[in-house]
Design a protein around this ligand. Structure first.
Ligand SMILES: Cc1cc2nc3c(=O)[nH]c(=O)nc-3n(C[C@H](O)[C@H](O)[C@H](O)COP(=O)(O)OP(=O)(O)OC[C@H]3O[C@@H](n4cnc5c(N)ncnc54)[C@H](O)[C@@H]3O)c2cc1C
Length: 512
C-alpha cells in the first residue's frame, strides 16, 4: 500500500487528461488530494476529445456508451449526480451489421426482437443463440462484476478467479465460443466482433468478453449528447469544483524518481512540478519507455514491452456532407459493414501486419441522434477501418498509403452511402501515425496492449507501478483495459490502492 511520506504535501499529479486520467483526478480530488492534471493536447478527453471544423463536430473516438452505472458511481464518489451534468440518449436499435450479400442484423435491447433477428438470419441457430446469452451472463458476473473494478496487482487476485475461468472455458476465444454455439458465419461474426472496439482480435481474445452481449442487453447502449467531449468537459468542471487544476498544452518529459519513489515530473519546457503521488494516464508503454527512461526497470523493460502483442491501428476518416441530413434514411447512428472475409482479414491485421484491399468498416452518423454535430441540414460522419499497427517489420508507410487507402475506403462506403463523396464539404483523417504522434501511443495502436488473456489482469502493467513507489497507472494500457468503462474503472481501482489524503490543516494545528 502506498503511504504518503511527505507530510507537507497532499499534491498529486495526473499525466494525461484522457477519460482515465480525468476519472483518476476526480477520484483523488474526492479523497482530498490537491490534483494537477497535465496534458499535451489543447482540449481534454484524449481519444474521447473532439475537433470542430467548418461547423462540424468530429467526435474523434468513442461513440458508444455502455454501463452508465460506471459514470454514475464516479460522479457519486465526488458527491455529484452524473445525470445532472450529462444527457444520455438510449439507442434503439443499438447498431446494424451488414454483409456483402445484402443481409443485415439489427441489434436491439429487447430479447424477443433479437431472437426474431437470429431466427430470420438462421432459424437453426436459435437454441445456440440462447445458450450464448446464458454464457454471456455468466461471463459478465465473473469478468465484469468480479474483476473490472478490483485491483489485480497481486498474483493471488488473478489466481482466485482461475477456477471460474476454467468453468467458463476462458481459454476459448470469443470467436471459438460463437462457433461452438451457432453455425451461420454471419451470426458468428455478429456475436464475436465486440473486442475489436477495445483492440482485440476475436480469434484470440478470451470468450469472457462475450459479457458485452449481456451488458448491452441489460444496461443498454447510449449516446452522450454533445459527444464524449461533453463528458470530458463535465469531468473537468468537477475537478475544478474540487479545487484541482487541468492544464492543457503541457507535455511531461519525465517522471522524477529519487530513492525508488516518485517525486514529481519535469515538463518538456524544463519546468519541474513536485508531488509524492504521480498517476500516469499516458499509455503504459510510453510511461515506462519514455517517462521512466532514466530509471532502471525490473519488469517493464523495453524488451518486455516490445514483446507484447499490441492492439490494431485505426484509419479514421472524418467528414461533413452538405445538405444530406434527410438522405440515406436506412443509414442509422451506428452501422458496421463487413468484408467478404472475417478471419482472413483479422489475420492480415493482427498477425501478418498487412494492409488488405478488402475491409470491414464502422460508420458513425451521430446527426441521427444529435443534430448539434453539423450545420442545419448537413451531416457529420466518421468511417473507421481497423488496420495493422506500426510495430510490424515493413510497417505501412501512411505518408504514401493514406490517399490510396482513402480511395479504397471511399469505394467501399459508396455501397452504403451512395453519392456521399461528391457532397463532402470538410474532412480530416487520422492514421496510426497520427495516433503515435497525437496520443504518444506506442506503435500507433488504437487501444494500447491487446487484451489477450495472458496480457490481462495480473499480466497487464499494474495500476500500482512495479517500478517506483508513489507511481500509479490508469487508462487503456493497465487493468482492466481499453474502452471508456474500462479506463474509468481503472480510476476506481486507483482509489482502492491510494489512501485518503491526510487532513493537512488539522495536522498543522495539532502540531502547533
Ligand atoms: C476511434 C475510436 C473509437 C472508439 N470507440 C469506443 C466506443 O465506442 N466505446 C468505448 O467505450 N470505447 C471506445 N474507444 C476506446 C476508448 O476511447 C479508449 O480506450 C479510451 O478513451 C482511452 O482512454 P485513456 O484514459 O486510456 O487515455 P487516452 O484517451 O489515450 O488519453 C491519454 C492522454 O494522455 C496524454 N498524454 C500522453 N503522454 C503525455 C505526456 N507525456 N505528457 C502529457 N500528456 C500526455 C495524451 O495527450 C492523451 O490526452 C474508441 C477508441 C478509438 C480510438
Amino acid at each position: 500500500m502506498f503511504t504518503n511520506d511527505h507530510p507537507d504535501s497532499n499534491a498529486a499529479i495526473v499525466i494525461g487528461a484522457g477519460l482515465g486520467g480525468l476519472a483518476a483526478a476526480m477520484r483523488l480530488g474526492a479523497k482530498g488530494y490537491a490534483v494537477t492534471v497535465l496534458d499535451r493536447l489543447d482540449s481534454p478527453g484524449g481519444r474521447g476529445s473532439s475537433i470542430t471544423q467548418d461547423g462540424h463536430r468530429f467526435d474523434l473516438g468513442p461513440t458508444i456508451i455502455t454501463v452508465p452505472q460506471v459514470y454514475e458511481n464516479l460522479w457519486r464518489a465526488c458527491g455529484r449526480d452524473f445525470h445532472k451534468d450529462i444527457s444520455l440518449r438510449p439507442m434503439d436499435p443499438f447498431y446494424e451489421v451488414r454483409w456483402p450479400d445484402g443481409s443485415k442484423f439489427t441489434a436491439r435491447q429487447d430479447t424477443d426482437a433479437m431472437l426474431a433477428e437470429v431466427a430470420r438470419l438462421s432459424p437453426g441457430d436459435l437454441a445456440g443463440y440462447k445458450r450464448f446469452l446464458k454464457d454471456s451472463e455468466a461471463c459478465y458476473k465473473v469478468g465484469f462484476e468480479g474483476m473490472v473494478a478490483k485491483p489485480m496487482n497481486r498474483i493471488m487476485d488473478t489466481v482466485k478467479v482461475l477456477p471460474e475461468f476454467a468453468r467458463l472455458r476462458a481459454d476459448r476465444s470469443i470467436l471459438g465460443l460463437a462457433k461452438a454455439r451457432v453455425k451461420d458465419a454471419r451470426l458468428r461474426m455478429a456475436l464475436s466482433f465486440h473486442p475489436l472496439f477495445i483492440g482485440g482480435d476475436p480469434r484470440k481474445v478470451t470468450s469472457i468478453y462475450s459479457l458485452v452481449a449481456y451488458l448491452e442487453k441489460t444496461y443498454g447502449v447510449h449516446y452522450a449528447m454533445g459527444g464524449v467531449q461533453a463528458i470530458a468537459n463535465a469531468m473537468v468542471k468537477v475537478i475544478h469544483g474540487q479545487g484541482g487544476t487541468v492544464r492543457q498544452n503541457v507535455e511531461v518529459d519525465e517522471v522524477l524518481i529519487e530513492n525508488g519513489a516518485a517525486k514529481g515530473v519535469s515538463l518538456t519546457d524544463g519546468t519541474v512540478i513536485h508531488a509524492p503521488l504521480v498517476v500516469s494516464n499516458a499509455d503504459a508503454g510510453h510511461t515506462y519507455q519514455r517517462l521512466l527512461r532514466n530509471h532502471p526497470r525490473k519488469r517493464w523493460t523495453d524488451a518486455k514491452l516490445k514483446s507484447r502483442r499490441w492492439s490494431m491501428g485505426l484509419f479514421v476518416w472524418y467528414f461533413g456532407t452538405k445538405g444530406t441530413a434527410q438522405m440515406w434514411p436506412d443509414v442509422g447512428h451506428h452501422t458496421i459493414t463487413n468484408a467478404p472475409r472475417y478471419e482472413g482479414l483479422l489475420r492480415d491485421i493482427f498477425i501478418k501486419g498487412k494492409l488488405s484491399d478488402d475491409m470491414s468498416l464502422y460508420i458513425h452518423r451521430p446527426g441521427v441522434t444529435d443534430p448539434s454535430v453539423a450545420p442545419k441540414g448537413d451531416d457529420t460522419f466518421y468511417v473507421l477501418s481497423p488496420v495493422p499497427h506500426l510495430g510490424f517489420d515493413h510497417a505501412v508507410d501512411w505518408q504514401k498509403e493514406r490517399d490510396i487507402y482513402k480511395a479504397k475506403v471511399m469505394a467501399e462506403v459508396e455501397k452504403t452511402i451512395p453519392g456521399f463523396a461528391e457532397r463532402i464539404s470538410t474532412e480530416m483523417i487520422l492514421t496510426p501515425e497520427d495516433f503515435r504522434d497525437r496520443y504518444l501511443s506506442p506503435n500507433g495502436s488504437g487501444f494500447s496492449i491487446e487484451p489477450r488473456i495472458l496480457q490481462s489482469a495480473y499480466f497487464r502493467p499494474h495500476n500500482i507501478s512495479e517500478e517506483a513507489k508513489g507511481l500509479f497507472l490508469v487508462g487503456a494500457g493497465t487493468h482492466p483495459g481499453a474502452g471508456v468503462p474500462g479506463v474509468i474503472s481503472s480510476a476506481e481501482v486507483l482509489a482502492k490502492l491510494v489512501p485518503d489524503a491526510a487532513p493537512r490543516v488539522a495536522l498543522k494545528v495539532a502540531a502547533e
